[in-house]
Ligand binder design. Structure first.
Ligand code: CP
Length: 319
């Protein structure tokens, strides 16, 4: 399969070729410096918005949003973000697009590339996202697959750094399912240079090859071992989208992996807690965790808007 070449920063109206397009499939698609600039830019955009300043560099640009799975935060962040930047977003679901009737993803990628400036796609299949990106001549963003959720990590790092300063050199604990969020934390540990300790039950560990690729990440035996002296503690639901039918069995498998204030007490004194949401209280978190002063989950959710705006600006403007 030949990767489509195109214009990033090129102008659709004039057809001027400037640079090869950039995609955001995983955190490894960007350099560490680019990621650091992105999260800093996200905080700047947040301040601009707080001051009520209009910043509309994407006027006339269109984002297509393909959602084959449910979403609240990602959809609203991209749609509101594109709107605030002066552009426009189009929502496409399998129910109201030809993707739901079997039109090949490669054809859809080429068609949308003729009409819009950038595409984000959420689907379980990482292969589908990569096929789409390979056939698209405009930038493509992975808005979550079964393998990775890189957009969430931009917001998570932004949130940590707004509260506690640089994440480089810090200690992070991931407790729970070694799935897409855990995989993206492994990539983040590599890119931002923090230590990551992962506690997962047998059968739910992250991809071994990915783990082996990252010197900063390691598996530990228990949630307590992961959390001990951590600066940030993170978890995710025990049954992500695509695993709903296993939900009852997983309650037993993940018993003992709940993050609660008592577990957080083993972390460093000024530790933070994050969860990408939605959360299942009484399962991966206790009922009272979100009211704990160490929880910053709603800041984290709000930062999806600012970090997605920074990502759109970067991919469309190269800044
Ligand atoms: N965290 C996250 O991606 O939320 P949504 O599934 O609501 O988009």
């Amino acid at each position: 399969m030949t990767k489509a070449t195109s214009r990033l920063g090129g102008d659709k109206d004039t057809g001027i070729t400037m640079n090869a397009k950039r995609d955001f499939m995983t955190l490894l698609d960007f350099s560490s410096d680019e990621l650091t600039s992105l999260t800093k830019r996200a905080s700047e955009l947040k301040q601009l918005r707080k001051r009520g300043a209009r910043h509309t560099p994407l006027t006339g640009k269109t984002l297509a949003m393909i959602f084959q799975l449910s979403s609240t935060r990602t959809r609203v962040a991209f749609e509101a973000g594109m709107n605030e930047l002066g552009g426009h977003a189009i929502f496409l679901s399998p129910n109201d697009s030809q993707l739901g009737r079997g039109e090949p993803i490669s054809d859809t990628a080429q068609v949308l590339s003729e009409m819009v400036d950038i595409v984000m796609i959420r689907t379980l299949s990482q292969d589908d996202i990569e096929t789409f990106a390979a056939h698209a001549s405009v930038p493509v963003i992975n808005a979550m697959s079964s393998r990775f959720h890189p957009c969430q990590l931009l917001a998570d790092v932004q949130t940590f750094e707004e509260h506690r300063g640089p994440i480089t050199g810090k200690s992070v604990a991931f407790v729970g399912d070694g799935y897409n969020m855990c995989h993206s934390y492994i990539n983040a540990a590599r890119q931002w240079g923090f230590q990551l300790k992962i506690a997962c039950p047998d059968g739910h560990r992250p991809d071994q090859a990915l783990l082996d690729s990252c010197n900063e990440a390691s598996l530990v035996e228990s949630p307590r071992e992961a959390v001990e002296k951590a600066d940030l503690v993170v978890t995710d639901v025990w049954s992500s989208m695509g695993h709903e039918e296993e939900a009852d069995a997983r309650l037993a498998t993940f018993d003992g992996y709940q993050v609660n204030p008592k577990l957080l007490d083993f972390a460093s004194k000024d530790a933070l807690f994050m969860h990408c949401l939605p959360a299942h209280r009484g399962e991966e978190i206790s009922e009272d965790l979100f009211s704990d002063p160490r929880s910053v989950v709603f800041d984290e959710a709000g930062n999806r808007l600012h970090s997605q705006k920074a990502l759109l600006e970067f991919l469309l403007q190269g800044r």
